[in-house]
Design a protein around this ligand. Structure first.
Ligand SMILES: [Zn+2]
Length: 337
């Protein structure tokens, strides 16, 4: 069953689905969040449980907005993993799965937008979370004035989204873009994706922590030792940043090196997409010295004629990026349905 979107509706619901929580926001035609709800996403008990948790949260958000479900045009969803935005299937997502005989099977080729649509009686569309965040920044955030942007979402993993000539680049099966898995050092560190030398393996949170561990082992005088009371397992990016802000040279070197590698990834993206804007999202972007180091590295590695017309800026939407981008996914699909 395919539910058609209500083209003249004044509201959509944007859903930010993660491995821990699901958040739904009702967004009106004037880009305002008018109601919202949040719940646990029940990510490890199979597809039916995830769909049920998501649908419940959408209904609660609609009630919070003082509306009824018939006034909603469509539901857009931001989902981590390889999301086939054409078929609505989750092709691959390690954030979700279910236990069978004690073994955890991640989602592989799991129908998703279809079951959500049937459960709610609304048109439903899904996209990769980083792609959806890029769409949100393009429409409502840092990229409002441009037609070409590349966004990197920095965190445990490194997500990315590309808008080219006003259109989100999704590729043939929704898998584009994964700039976190572009190889920046052949035969380099192993990445969570299984291959070697990816940007994520050099700039993801665990890479930053490993870099810090190595750095403090060589520098017993670093103030980081007293911050972690000698226990390396308690080290966090936040603690490293606090030390960096106070001028700890070891902490500063960690972000300098991270920024160097990030700059290579950004330079590659500039060479491929010729964007006028690179948007950096994720809390780590604010780490002391990271952006400046990335800019210096971009200057060394990017094609000069394209670098000079490209600005690197911080994301503007903050924690609303997921739901606002998902709402925009819904509006854009409604417009083209
Ligand atoms: Zn990788």
């Amino acid at each position: 069953m395919t539910v058609a979107p209500k083209r003249h509706a004044r509201y959509v619901v944007g859903v930010d689905l993660g491995g821990t929580n699901v958040r739904a926001a009702v967004v009106d035609i004037d880009e305002k969040i008018v109601g919202q709800a949040r719940a646990a996403s029940d990510a490890r008990n199979g597809a039916a449980a995830v769909v049920a948790a998501l649908a419940r949260t959408v209904r609660e958000a609609i009630i919070d907005a003082g509306l009824t479900i018939d006034l909603i045009g469509a539901v857009g969803m931001a989902v981590p993993g390889h999301i086939d935005t054409y078929s609505g299937e989750i092709r691959w997502s390690p954030n979700f799965g279910e236990y069978t005989d004690g073994k955890f099977d991640i989602f592989l080729h799991v129908p998703f937008a279809g079951p959500v649509s049937e459960e709610l009686g609304l048109a439903a569309y899904a996209g990769n979370d980083a792609n959806v965040a890029a769409l949100g920044e393009f429409r409502y955030g840092a990229g409002r004035e441009v037609s070409d942007l590349v966004m990197f979402t920095l965190g445990t993993g490194i997500g990315s989204g590309v808008v080219s000539q006003g259109r989100l680049v999704v590729g043939s099966t929704g898998g584009a873009s994964e700039l976190g898995h572009v190889i920046i050092l052949a035969g380099g560190r192993q990445c969570g994706c299984g291959t070697f030398g990816c940007l994520e393996a050099y700039c993801g949170t665990s890479a930053i922590l490993e870099r810090a561990h190595r750095a403090i082992e060589r520098n017993t005088e670093s103030s980081l030792w007293s911050r972690i009371e000698g226990d390396k397992t308690t080290l966090t990016p936040k603690l490293i940043d606090e030390a960096a802000r106070e001028g700890d040279v070891v902490a500063l070197s960690v972000f300098e090196e991270t920024g160097y590698y990030l700059g290579i990834g950004i330079a590659n993206a500039i060479s491929i997409f010729n964007p006028s804007l690179v948007v950096l999202g994720g809390g780590i972007r604010k780490a002391t010295g990271l952006m400046a180091a990335a800019e210096r590295s971009v200057a060394r590695h990017a094609v000069h004629s394209m670098r000079t017309t490209c600005r690197i800026v911080e994301a503007a939407l903050g924690e609303d990026a997921g739901v606002m981008g998902a709402a925009e996914l819904a509006w854009s699909k409604m417009g083209s349905a």
